[in-house]
Write a protein that binds this ligand. Structure first.
Ligand code: F6R
Length: 369
């Protein structure tokens, strides 16, 4: 049931605040993380010396975001790998490796096979999954469910936010077990997480119709680029994937620092480029780097659409459009910056008259290799 929305995707984007809130619900007590599903695993978390995250598509981008938080808080090295690449090489894994799989459906064959492969090689496996009782969690040593609710539209939206939320909860939990974060430090991060749902609602309220209008004007666009740095990089990849998937427009995401190593050659007058701008308050250096990237592409005629924090005026002289997101600590910005990109992809597909829920050639869950 679409509940009055024109598509399941529209409904699911509107549920992004709840997807985060429901994934947090019952897992925070007195400012600390409590995940009953992980009881009894302290020894494992204390002993691991490596984490490998495996997933496909959007779930892999959630993993890339999670890497920043996991490494920052737990100080355990983290690799993120596409599930279908992972098992066709000879990965270095063993009992000290925790393999974290991420899957909305819990049925993605590539991810399932990678989990089995890791387990057979002696690694410990933990599944982050949105579907109760699915195959991947059943094949894993531990499970942290995301509580995004059923996702029907083929393109993943609310589940992506729930996956990042679950990874952050896991990272904070592991950091407390290992003692790499104090109770007070963890409490501050928990406060940031708890503030996210209201901030997403604010984006939907203040920016949604403006972004849809922008998408409508851009319905004839043939190619869109997305740039981001640090946690904004996987968000750029996600913005590009969603646009290809449902609007059939060529789109690519780049790490902003890669520009001069090649992609800047693509910039010609009128080329639309979304740029995820880090917070100027919290990461002044990164912010200034991204602003200079904006200047470089603008000088070559790019049409710049900046996703930037409220109050960031430094982007104004160089951006053709600024989509605003509320203030947050850098690690939490992905949970906000992705929302305008989901709205944009949906708006553009809608403007082209496409079926946003059932894009051509794609299935909701890919149960073949
Ligand atoms: C993108 C999308 C896909 C899935 C990928 C993994 O919008 O939906 O890229 O994210 O197929 O699916 P799950 O999470 O079910 O394993």
């Amino acid at each position: 049931d679409k509940g009055g929305w024109p598509s399941f995707m529209a409904k699911e984007v509107s549920e992004e605040p709840e997807a985060v809130a429901n994934t947090l619900r019952g897992r925070i007590r007195d400012g600390q993380i409590v995940i009953p599903e992980l009881d009894g695993l302290d020894e494992l978390f204390a002993s691991i010396n490596r984490v490998i995250v495996i997933a496909c598509g959007t779930a892999a981008y959630a993993g890339m975001v999670g890497k920043y938080a996991l490494e920052q808080w737990t100080r355990v090295p983290v690799d993120v790998e596409l599930a279908h690449e992972f098992r066709y090489r000879d990965p270095v894994i063993g009992p000290d490796t925790l393999v974290v799989s991420i899957s909305q459906s819990g049925e993605t064959m590539d991810t399932l096979m990678a989990v089995k492969y890791a387990r057979d090689r002696g690694a410990r496996t933990l599944s982050i999954c949105n579907t109760q009782g699915a195959t991947i969690p059943r094949e894993s040593d531990a499970i942290v469910y995301t509580h995004a609710g059923p996702e029907v539209a083929v393109a993943s939206t609310k589940a992506f936010l729930a996956q990042i939320t679950a990874l952050y909860l896991l990272a904070l939990h592991v950091a407390r077990v290992r003692g790499s974060l104090s109770a007070d430090e963890a409490r501050l991060q928990v406060l940031e997480l708890e503030a996210i749902p209201a901030k997403i609602s604010r984006i939907l309220e203040l920016e949604q119709s403006r972004i849809e209008q922008l998408a409508y004007w851009m319905a004839d666009t043939r190619s869109v680029l997305f740039l981001g740095r640090h946690v904004g990089y996987p968000i750029a990849l996600e913005g590009a994937l969603k646009l290809k998937e449902i609007s059939y427009i060529h789109a690519e995401g780049f790490a902003a620092g890669e520009l001069k190593h090649g992609p800047i050659a693509l910039i010609e007058p009128g080329q639309p480029v979304f740029v995820i701008v880090p917070s100027p308050r919290e990461s002044a250096l990164l912010h200034s780097k991204v602003v200079s990237n904006i200047q470089e592409i603008r000088a070559r005629g790019a049409r710049v659409i900046a996703v930037a924090e409220e109050g960031d005026v430094a982007v104004l002289p160089f951006a053709d459009e600024v989509l605003r997101i509320p203030l947050a600590d850098p690690l939490f910005e992905p949970l906000l910056a992705v929302v305008p990109l989901h709205i944009f992809a949906m708006g553009l597909a809608t403007a082209k008259g496409l079926d946003v829920d059932q894009p051509r050639n794609l299935a909701k869950s890919v149960t073949v290799e």
